[in-house]
Ligand binder design. Structure first.
Ligand code: PMP
Length: 392
């Protein structure tokens, strides 16, 4: 018998069937995917230039324009997750030597500052402790001092549970000759945002939060002001894959014949189309109200359990992700593991600057229900009873 030329055998793990347990995903994302969106993602493939796929992309674009409340023609979905949209926004807007002001009150500002530094821009950070938000006054001072061409801020700070007020911010930035870039990965569909009325220049989000769509596609939109800054570039954007000129053409945003740029993740687009369709059917206002009401019920229930909410002011609590202080004498890891092992519920500990300080509970899209609030509260009550032995 001839000896096999293969020195790596087929992996045993792959010879067993895929096993995916059922879990209620009440962390800061991803959230559970409803059957309609799962079914859309498992449709047979089509070619990435087929008219039916281009039609789906047009529908996604209209869905994003609705979700963002914008008429911007440069509106599309990035083939990647929220980070990819963050990179796309920054690397298309910025050139080496540009000055940027980044609002940092959690991990997302830190990440934006990191990406911006890699691009060779001059980065200034406007700092607030985790759990706090920025006032217009804080921001105006930063704009006047640093004179940036772009200001970055996170609408839904999912590492701390803060909802950043955006009223008046676009106008303020424009008065200072600066473009406003907003991260709405964790907040879109769960809290009001009005891209055009609030004069936001670049807005991006993700698919796996309120849209209940698998991760891998990220809505993004650019105002005319942002487009003009990109047109004035002296150098090409550092990434070909994320070049908004090429992507805008593939997405039919420039009025020219659509050209192949990359093979789109077609099934992700089918799913995203359905996620956006479900949001359009429900209506933004109903979705915002549902998230507000369930978050309020959760916060009340957490206080009734004797827990302390991390974000003090109710009006700046993020309706999609609630943060609660890790109670004294408990190890957050024990609580998170207890919920997973005994209740098949995912919640999360802190992230970045909030690590060790908080537990994070997400109620996003179809997961934002009164019965899920009851489920997670009763599981937490159980955990508080059973994890007491883990006193630090
Ligand atoms: N920004 C915010 C506010 C987020 O919550 C997240 C995801 N947790 C991201 C950006 C990054 O998104 P992704 O993990 O999809 O890359």
């Amino acid at each position: 018998m001839a000896t096999s030329p293969l020195c790596v055998p087929p992996p045993q793990g792959l010879l067993r069937p895929l096993a995916v347990p059922e879990r209620l995903l009440l962390g800061p994302g991803p959230s559970n995917v409803p059957p309609r969106i799962l079914a859309a993602g498992s449709q047979q493939l089509l070619g990435h230039m087929h008219p039916e796929v281009l039609q789906v992309m047009d529908e996604i674009k209209m869905g994003i324009q609705y979700a963002f409340q914008t008429q911007n023609r440069l509106t599309l979905a990035i083939s990647g997750t929220g980070h990819c949209a963050m990179e796309a926004a920054l690397l298309n807007l910025l050139e080496h030597g540009d000055t940027v002001l980044v609002a940092v009150n959690g991990i997302w500002g830190q990440r934006a500052a990191d990406i911006t530094r890699r691009l060779g821009a001059n980065v200034h950070e406007l700092l607030k402790p985790p759990g706090e938000y920025f006032t217009l006054w804080d921001i105006e001072e930063g704009l006047a001092r640093h004179k940036p061409s772009v200001f970055f801020i996170t609408h839904g700070e999912s590492s701390t549970g803060v909802l950043q007020p955006l009223e008046g911010l676009g106008e303020l930035c424009h008065r200072h000759g600066c473009l406003l870039l907003v991260d709405a990965v964790a907040s879109l569909g769960g809290a009001p945002i009005f891209m055009d009325q609030q004069e936001i220049d670049v807005l991006y989000s993700g698919s796996q939060k309120v849209l209940n769509t698998p991760p891998g596609s990220a809505p993004i939109s650019f105002s005319e002001g942002a487009r003009e800054k990109m047109l004035r570039r002296k150098t090409k954007p550092l990434s070909f894959y994320l070049d908004m000129g090429c992507l805008g053409n593939y997405w039919g945003c420039d009025g020219e014949p659509r050209r192949y740029h990359h093979t789109a993740p077609i099934n992700s687009f089918f799913s995203l189309r359905e996620g956006l369709a479900m949001l359009a059917e429900l209506g933004l206002e109903t979705s915002w109200e549902r998230h507000r009401a369930n978050c309020a019920k959760l916060c009340q229930g957490l206080c009734d359990l004797g827990l302390e909410l991390f974000v003090k002011e109710e009006k700046v609590r993020l309706p999609t992700v609630t943060t609660v202080r890790v109670p004294d004498g408990y190890n957050w890891k024990d609580i998170v593991a207890f919920l997973m092992d005994n209740h098949a519920i995912e919640i999360a500990g802190g992230l970045g600057p909030s690590v060790g300080q908080v537990l994070r509970i997400g109620l996003m899209g179809c997961n934002s229900t009164s019965s899920n609030v009851d489920r997670v509260l009763s599981a937490l009550q159980d955990a508080l009873r059973c994890c007491q032995h883990s006193r630090l």
